[in-house]
Write a protein that binds this ligand. Structure first.
Ligand SMILES: C[S@@+](CC[C@H](N)C(=O)[O-])C[C@H]1O[C@@H](n2cnc3c(N)ncnc32)[C@H](O)[C@@H]1O
Length: 280
């Protein structure tokens, strides 16, 4: 165990975050966070989600568009609102508790939403859609390769002029990141239902503007689990180049999907892009 902990994680190794999202206990804790309207954890503040859906629906051409695909939909906070504006909504998520919550809500409230339990990185293709939503920095948490694979699949499921709407962390927030090691002891918390020691390490790659966070959760029995997360921070030029290379053109770039303008202080970059060409 000490040997594993002492060794810095390799910045370039492929990271599989699905262990985190599908962990039986942690996925329940994430759902709790997502359902708390005033906690910005697994989802944004619910007031911000409502404002985002209002902004998007009043700033894109909805009429004539039939299907919205919500990738990484969580408990369907966006899907449940969008289904009042588009004919069909399809949500895909890897987390069983979040998806079960979304399914139950859709059934109880008779919402026309189809939810699919699945890993968006492992699906060969997505259902055909007119609007694809990928919200809360999911895009920036993928490796460069996975990001490209995902954008190709998104291009293929959209018609020309179809919308790709997403957000990423901006390089403004990267500048606040610090390399550090930190520990705490928790009785019963986010990472485990038992008492545990949490070791957190942050490593930074300034050139790529990437942050690698390693969480090691050690229970009293000395059983331990490691979770790795890599986040890429972007500037608008990088996002624009990436989109152009994969057949998209930016319609609107913002500081948030609520519609606030992009500035030197905004933490995020939110994008409303349209498919301009097919890619092979
Ligand atoms: C930060 S949360 C955002 C949830 C939702 N978009 C929102 O803003 O309320 C990320 C979501 O992506 C899901 N997720 C992460 N990796 C995934 C994958 N590979 N395939 C499908 N869903 C994934 C998680 O289960 C989680 O619900």
């Amino acid at each position: 165990m000490f040997h594993t902990i002492a060794k810095d994680p390799d910045f370039n190794s492929e990271i599989n975050e699905s262990d985190f999202w599908t962990d039986e206990y942690i996925s329940e804790m994430i759902l709790k966070q997502q359902l708390d309207p005033s906690y910005e954890g697994g989802s944004r503040l619910h007031s911000e989600i409502i404002d985002s859906v209002d902004f998007i629906t009043s700033n894109i051409k909805i009429s004539g568009f039939e299907t919205l695909l919500d990738l990484g939909c969580g408990p369907g906070l966006y899907s449940s609102l969008f289904c009042k504006h588009v004919n069909n909504v399809i949500g895909i998520d890897i987390s069983k508790p979040s998806l079960n919550y979304a399914l139950t809500k859709a059934k109880n409230e008779r919402l026309n939403i189809e939810y699919i339990l699945g890993n968006i990185n492992e699906m060969n293709a997505f259902p055909k859609a007119d609007i694809v939503l990928l919200v809360y920095s999911i895009f920036g948490c993928l490796s460069c390769e996975k990001r490209k694979e995902l954008i190709i699949k998104i291009n293929k499921c959209l018609p020309i002029n179809g919308y790709f709407i997403f957000d990423v962390f901006s390089e403004n927030s990267f500048n606040n990141q610090l390399e550090r090691r930190y520990w705490s002891i928790e009785e019963k918390g986010f990472w485990s239902p038992l008492s545990y020691l949490l070791l957190k390490q942050t490593i930074i790659n300034s050139l790529q503007k990437e942050v690698l966070n390693r969480y090691i959760v050690i229970e009293e029995s000395l059983k331990f689990k490691t979770f790795l997360f890599k986040e890429k921070y972007f500037n608008l030029l990088e996002v624009n180049n990436l989109l152009n290379a994969f057949g998209f053109t930016i319609d609107l770039s913002l500081g948030s999907l609520t519609g606030i303008p992009l500035s030197k202080t905004t933490k995020d970059i939110a994008i409303i892009a349209r498919k301009s060409s097919n890619i092979s």
